[in-house]
Design a protein around this ligand. Structure first.
Ligand code: CP
Ligand code: NVA
Length: 306
């Protein structure tokens, strides 16, 4: 593993290794055991979109591992003025030890990884959000003591988070049902390649337009915003289309009794999820947000710590 671009590119073993290292680093942090695994290493963090969790957890994680993180807003670096990905990749590879990038076009991240001699970590593209799903898997594992054989139901927009969940579940042997409205389904190629991944673990992948069908017997209910970054102009139309896909108390009660609720955040209460669910006793959203830190520290330790 040189980069973290997509969970599709990782083996089941590599995903479990990240989760194992994350658990260990979390335990050690809670018990005051300090680390200097990344002493002297620098991570460049390129952002062309907003972020709270990704930015803070990478920066803090790097500091906790003894390294340094550099925030590179696309407004301030020449990439934002048209310098090529090729030149940016080559130049940054001469200065720093790893790059985390959050941007729009997924192919830009693939190109950055292709032209960089240092590890590249995908901090979200329009297509995928692998770091999020590593934290999600860690959270589910902590609360259910297993991943294989569980069922996750994703209800809402067939977006970047849904895509990474498809790969993540397929790789660890967790069944996943995705309920989206017509026209907002997951990317066809992602669904097909996740189904290929699932053949190796026996995970079942179902796509439907029916949220009730999706949540039946689910151990985990997951949703995300109906309006992702870059879709602000479609807000009114999307809110109207997605109304039937709200995760509210009624829908949540149709899952297993001990089902847990996840949301990558930021959340919009009253739209994709009601307060009753996200602020209710079965919601794990803040454990999930915390686990971004631990999961990404594991990714950085494994990629940059060599
Ligand atoms: N979940 C997530 O990636 O949050 P941010 O957009 O705040 O980084
Ligand atoms: N789907 C959302 C995730 C935010 C973390 C977006 O892309 O804006």
């Amino acid at each position: 593993m040189k980069d973290l671009i997509s969970l599709h590119y990782l083996s089941t073993g590599e995903i479990f290794e990240i989760l194992k290292v994350a658990e260990k680093l979390k335990y050690e942090l809670k018990n005051g055991i300090a680390h200097n695994i990344l002493k002297g290493k620098t991570l460049g963090m390129i952002f062309t979109k907003s972020s709270t969790r990704t930015r803070v957890s990478f920066e803090v994680g790097m500091a906790q591992l003894g390294g340094y993180a550099l925030f590179l807003s696309s407004n301030d670096i020449q990439l934002g003025r048209g310098e090529t990905i090729y030149d940016t990749a080559n130049v940054l590879s001469r200065y720093i030890d790893g790059i985390m990038i959050r941007t729009y076009k997924h192919s830009d991240v693939e190109d950055l990884a292709k032209y960089s001699s240092i590890p590249v970590i995908n901090g979200l593209t329009d297509l995928l959000h692998p770091c999020q799903v590593l934290a999600d898997l860690l959270t589910i594992y902590e609360h259910k003591s297993k991943l294989e054989g569980l069922k996750l139901a994703y209800v809402g927009d067939g977006n970047n988070v849904a895509h990474s969940l498809l790969y993540g579940c397929a790789k660890v042997g967790m069944d996943i049902s995705v309920a989206t409205p017509k026209g907002y389904q997951c990317n066809f190629d992602v669904v097909e390649s996740a189904k290929e991944d699932a053949k190796l673990t026996g995970a079942k992948i179902v796509t439907t337009e029916d949220p009730v069908e999706a949540v039946k017997d689910a151990d985990v209910i997951y949703t995300d915003t109906w309006v992702s970054m870059g879709q602000e102009d479609e807000k009114k139309e999307r809110i109207n289309i997605f109304k039937q896909y709200q995760v509210n108390g009624k829908l949540f009660s149709m899952a297993k009794e001990d089902a847990v609720f996840l949301h990558c955040l930021p959340a919009y209460r009253g739209l994709e999820v009601t307060e009753e669910v996200i602020d209710g006793p079965q919601s794990l959203v803040f454990d999930e947000a915390e686990n971004r830190l631990h999961a990404q520290k594991a990714v950085m330790a494994l990629l940059l710590g060599k």
